[in-house]
Design a protein around this ligand. Sequence first.
Ligand SMILES: [Zn+2]
Length: 600
Amino acid sequence: MHRCLAAAAALAVLIAGPESPAQTIYPIDRADILAGARFDFKVEFSGLADPAKISVSVNGEDYANAFGKSADFIEREDGKDQSALILRDVSLTQPGNYKIHVTDGVQSREINWNVYATEARKAKNVILFIGDGMSPAHRIAARLLAKGIAEGKALGKLAIDDTPHVALVATAGSDSIITDSANSASAYATGHKSAVNAMGVYADRTLDPLDDPKVETITSLVKRRLGMAVGIVTNTEIEDATPAAMVAHVRRRSEYDRIVEQYFAAKPDVLMGGGRANFLPKGADGAKRKDEADFLARFREAGYYIALTGPEMAAAAADPATRNLLGLFALGNMDGVLDRKFLKGGTVRKFPEQPDLTEQVNAALAVLSRNEAGFFLMVESGMIDKYTHLLDMERAVYDTIMLDNAVALARDWARARGDDTLILVLADHNHPIGLVGTIDDDMSKEARPAMRERVRVYERAGFPNYGTPNSEGYPSRVDVSRRLALFSASLPDHYETYRPKLDNPNDPTVAGKEPDTYVANDRYKSVPGAVFRFGNLPAMINADVHSGEDVILTATGPGSEAVHGQMDNTEVFRVMAEALGLGAQHGTDACRTQVFPAKP
Ligand SMILES: [Zn+2]
């Protein structure tokens, strides 16, 4: 069956030739669509189409009947010789296979969608933890530092690892084998593939970043269908791709002002992270908005408690009247835990009262659990990715431990309630980071070898000597004499110092003389033992890059048994939709009145 379709598609390409491909249809072929979830339907014709000759059918029925309304015909999209049909905000309620057939009288195309319903609701709440860019090497390093190891056996398990269900999750987007945080988070949030830089939409061919065909997010679905609360918590800018993808519909993730506007329209009950700059009106201290809109004032007027520091957040959460909380603890990204708790680098001196991710999660759980209908909460440890891009492995590993602490407290919270909460932990993509051994400074006592010669591998690697971690799992120092050797396989030109950066996060490259090129930052040239490392990436790339391997998903709680084997990133949405009964065919009232274990 599929082979026949593939052959037909190949034939269509042969007939049409490479210059004039058949129509592009959104949602794309083989999309899995939750019954009742909203989406925009779009057909892009490769040239000018005659509306009188266009025919679009859904399972043999005219599309306007199937969807209950007609599409807009755009004769010349972006003023070019290209026509399109677009039909906003439709849904399909009956599960099954759908064949979408499109013809303009010359060219035809047929694609398939799978519309699925769900069983009744199993989980009261869902918490989705995302370690941005968290790769296997980050997890292993976090386990070594936080739990320790003796004679080859770990002295404990991380909370992110100690779960009954695990899967490998493929991360490719609709445009590339390599994903970014926008389309990967969008796949989790919507169940649909998207393209690099895009979220909540299929990336169409028009220039406008706000007109692309939308797909509904889980935050919209849980509010609309079940009256649940929504929380979005990160330590990056709140406008950054992972948190924004929970709500936003935008082709370009850099549209921060628009994303703030979309947050305000969506009104998540709890919204916390950095990124205050794009909430402030142009001209205000630290503002990055390009207009005069004051979104702190707007959120306040809409009934939100505004917290700009950790203590303000804790006070707001402790007030039983608080149902809506906006916490913006830095103008840009918040600082990672290594700077906040130990080194005081980054922007810690400027924003000394930033909360820890665990404190943010505690506050979010307190506020969100006041909604009797349950909640969806996304928590991101987002700086793992940023630090890894900068080849700053110590900071990335400490933020992995912080994620683990946040997961541990959420699991304790859920356990105390009788485990009514599905908890998922995964990365959105990997980095090509490898743990290759240790770096051994003590060797210098013997032969004072070059730093490179101090990289110990195989049996010489032995075990690191970070010492006993504190109660949160953090060793008190990272500049120990036998430390982990974590290297990226994707490199810009830079100086490798083989040492942790104790002042500020690593800054491996600076702009080069040629436009759009980067060169090694000379700042590290004179660090004793530093070596120049030729990059293996194009000169336009200023950092380590993402890699395309599957990520690890671990899960616990009701509905987590659906997590197993090898999955696609769009299926993560389905696991959550099934757990919440978001596509249940009994009607939303049945879902709403479902009884859950009472709070202790
Ligand atoms: Zn990244």
